[in-house]
Design a binder for this molecule. Structure first.
Ligand code: DQA
Length: 146
């Protein structure tokens, strides 16, 4: 069975109450339920990991290959700042889809650059929680393409 890890970074544990005008009112548990429902239909096993800590996220990236076939990754603000997370994906290349709830190109300029985007299979942004489901579908299709 295909195994997918959904890795969420800082402040995404606060979804639901965090800046609802930007991120909506669904909680991370709601996002997880949505993804699990679709994963069931696709016959995919999913594991959710969230951390507010850069080093823990680096550890998680280093362990992806041992635990899954692909990943859906939203590194939150570390997307724009973390060379360490970029280096982790360079050190342990792994197929992932990068997701952002918001459309980064409609926001402040400092959010327009992602340090991991070029290492991803592809990106999905601006669709809120549904983006995670779209990412799952895209990832599973990409993995089966080989
Ligand atoms: C985010 C966008 C980032 O700029 C921000 O720091 C986040 C969430 C998104 O999902 O839209 O924490 O990754």
């Amino acid at each position: 069975m295909t195994r997918v890890i959904v890795l969420n970074g800082p402040n995404l544990n606060l979804l639901g109450t965090r800046e609802p005008a930007t991120y909506g009112t669904a909680t991370l548990a709601d996002v997880e339920a949505l993804v699990r429902q679709r994963a069931g239909g696709l016959g995919v096993e999913v594991e959710f990991i969230q951390s507010n800590h850069e080093g823990e996220l680096v550890d998680a990236v280093q362990q992806l290959a041992a635990r899954a076939d692909g990943a859906i990754v939203n590194l939150g603000a570390y997307t724009h700042t973390s060379l360490a997370l970029r280096d982790a994906f360079l050190a342990v290349p792994f197929p992932f889809v990068e997701v952002h709830l918001s459309n980064l190109h409609r926001r402040e300029v400092e959010r327009r650059h992602s340090l991991t985007a070029d290492l991803a299979i592809g990106l999905i942004m601006g669709f809120g929680p549904r983006g995670y489901v779209l990412a799952l579908e895209a990832l599973v299709a990409a993995l089966s393409d080989g």
